[in-house]
Design a binder for this molecule. Sequence first.
Ligand code: ATP
Length: 510
Amino acid sequence: MANQEDAFKKVVSHAKEYGFIFPSSEIYDGLGAVYDYGQLGTELKNNIKQYWWKSMVQYHENIVGIDSAIFMHPKIWKASGHVDAFNDPLIDNKDSKKRYRADVLIEDHIAKIEEKINKEIEKAKKRFGEAFDEAQFRATNARVLENQAKIDEITNRFSECLNANDLEGLRQLIIDLEIACPISGTRNWTEVRQFNLMFATQMGSVSEGSDTIYLRPETAQGIFVNFLNVQKSGRMKIPFGIAQIGKAFRNEIVARQFIFRMREFEQMEMQFFVRPGTELEWFKHWKEERLRWHLALGIPAENYRYHDHEKLAHYANAATDIEFKFPFGFKELEGIHSRTNFDLTRHSEFSGKKLQYFDAELNENYTPYVIETSIGVDRTFLAVFSHALKDEVLEDGSTRTVLSLPAVLAPYKAAILPLVKKDGLPEKAREIMDMLKYDFMMQYDEKDAIGRRYRRQDAIGTPYCITVDNDTLTDNSVTIRERDTMKQERISIDNLRAYLHEHIQPIKVD
Ligand code: ATP
């Protein structure tokens, strides 16, 4: 645990030290769970968004993208169910005065029991080696069975309470499980209350006539209310999708874990409209597709897992999360939901406008069913960044910090480094920089010894360093050094552009 915490602290401090992420309003002591992206963070974040946008919109003929406003008609949030039901159950500890999500306290408790089971399995794996059969072990080991029974019992009570909106039941469960506040260590809890996560503000003058509007808590509704506009103006035929990247706002009760849970964050969502009755096939399709998208980044598969939902939202008939192994354990990175025709039907009811599709092949009008893929930009950032950050011990015993980002996501693709700051090398280096800067994001650096400059580029994830030395002036060649292997190669300046294009190709997933 201490190691996990240290690794996570290192991620947060590295992100700040190198200009990736700063706490918001830092000189005023910050603002809870709000962060600013710095000069390098913005590049990485833009590259993540571009990777998603290209693989969704550019590589799919039947998916188009929009950019709807953050402010929307207040009735939209009535129709979507957010005004009445976008709540989290909160509970306070009377001694520490700290506030918690009641559901998260229970989930964390379950995770601790799961952890015990995993430890037993790890131990047994070591003991039995090759011959180990995990399924059989789970089915027969007494300690595992006992813990699994505990989990099943808690999960049952937990979902009963959630389904029945039984807040007193949730509180009783916390008390029965003897869950203590991590700060005060006591079990002196208040009652559980519902808390709506939407931020409200006023539109128009502050006096009469102003209307309460909400900062959108998800980008999806901007897609649903534009369904007909896009379908008709784009002559879209079902099945088709509408994608959008944009800010969303949630007044999270417990905002911790850095950019994992923020009050202002960004989502990349795609709603895929299909014929009724085909939605479960499409759900399966997108579930697989989305995992392929993650794996194409080159992060090993063991860092991802599906978590199929047993308890479904009232509008869904299938749902799964893609979870990632963050420095603090497996947590949701992306949600894939089969939302039935709930949203379009509700917006039809509330707006009085018919939101249907005429299917010429079937000669029939219907309300399309929807598969949603919804992923957080910031959580993807955290996944990629935390996985990439490593301290490596080199052959000579020294250590280097390297950020092994996938090359297409790296803020700078190459750094141009004149070996010394004289003899015409800076001028030559600038010439190369000018030649490449229209194709690639480049950085020029002439300060300090070359070794230190390499380390600086390693720490910000630059995949290639191009060194200009005295020979360059006569042989028209440079040394190119690859970040992860640290291998160096001599290549002609004439081949540099092609070399970089070949090594930094867009990731293709469609
Ligand atoms: P969680 O259970 O972690 O609160 P959620 O199930 O409420 O997440 P969704 O409503 O499905 O999340 O949102 C889709 C995606 O948006 C999530 O998978 C996540 O990547 C991202 N997301 C949601 N809430 C936040 C947040 N507060 N900060 C950063 N990203 C978020």
